[in-house]
Design a protein. Structure first.
Length: 274
């Protein structure tokens, strides 16, 4: 009788443990539960101009409460075709949320384009605009064909609660990194720099920043044994050590520097001819 009782307790414990492992907390629920406290502290930090503490608060919110949650499923619209939802996407996701009136760094989109061209077989790159179809049309020519450009019009979307939490809680532009099950591996802010930064330097800054997110997704695929063999060499190129760059990055930087010098030279010639 005791053995039966012990076995029953053991099975109950295993069942409860398995249930806890299988529990999937939606991102919208997690962020709604913690955003008010975060905003109060964050607003005080910015008021005191304590940017380091503000960054600490954001990182703590993400790592302690949001990483490990699952992105809610909601509809996003492409410029052509039917709306799609997250559950339809099979690969890991590199998601950037934006609005058409946001002004990216001059090298941000070229860096993102290069990464998407290289890793689109392993990762789905999505830029989600909180905007209208008409305004998104103006941005199409700037992005690689390997990046999905989607939009959500908050006023007409049926998933208003989810959209409200995703758009307004953390703000934008923002980067979200998800595995193929839509589990959040990390959330990061887009890096910023001074508007006077050169094209070459801006590209390098953004490439190094964005590539860390790609590395995270590639490493997760590798850990799960789901990484395609050809991507191993690409993974090595993503390692960022101080100011060290891959040969490809150096070649691109040199090309941009030549472009900048030629452009400056032309501008100087025009100025002298006036």
């Amino acid at each position: 009788m005791k053995k039966i009782l012990i076995l029953g307790i053991l099975f109950l414990y295993i069942g409860n443990a398995f249930g806890q492992l299988e529990r999937k907390i939606p991102f919208s629920i997690a962020v709604a539960a913690h955003i008010k406290k975060y905003n109060l502290k964050s607003n005080e930090a910015y008021k005191d101009q304590d940017l380091e503490y503000a960054k600490f608060l954001f990182d703590s919110l993400v790592q302690n409460h949001l990483v490990g949650t699952y992105m809610d499923d909601f509809k996003m619209s492409p410029l052509k075709g039917e709306p799609i939802s997250f559950k339809e996407i099979e690969k890991p996701i590199f998601l950037i949320t934006y609005a058409t009136w946001c002004v990216p760094g001059i090298g941000e989109i070229p860096a993102l384009n290069d990464l998407s061209d290289k890793f689109h077989d392993q990762i789905d790159f999505i830029v989600l605009f909180w905007d209208t179809k008409e305004r998104l049309k103006e941005k199409v020519g700037e992005y690689s064909e390997n990046i999905q450009l989607l939009y959500v019009n908050e006023l007409t979307n049926q998933n208003s609660y989810i959209i409200n939490n995703l758009k307004h809680s953390l703000g934008f532009p923002m980067m979200y990194f998800m595995d193929s099950d839509k589990k959040l591996l990390d959330i990061r802010k887009i890096v910023t720099h001074h508007s006077s930064e050169t094209l070459s330097n801006s590209y390098t800054i953004h490439y190094n920043s964005l590539s860390k997110g790609v590395s995270l997704l590639i490493a997760d695929l590798d850990a799960k044994g789901a990484l395609a063999v050809p991507a191993e060499e690409d993974k090595k190129e993503l390692k960022v050590k101080g100011d060290s760059r891959t040969q490809e990055e150096r070649d691109i930087d040199e090309e941009y520097e030549r472009y900048r010098r030629e452009k400056d030279s032309l501008n100087n010639q025009r100025g002298n001819n006036r």
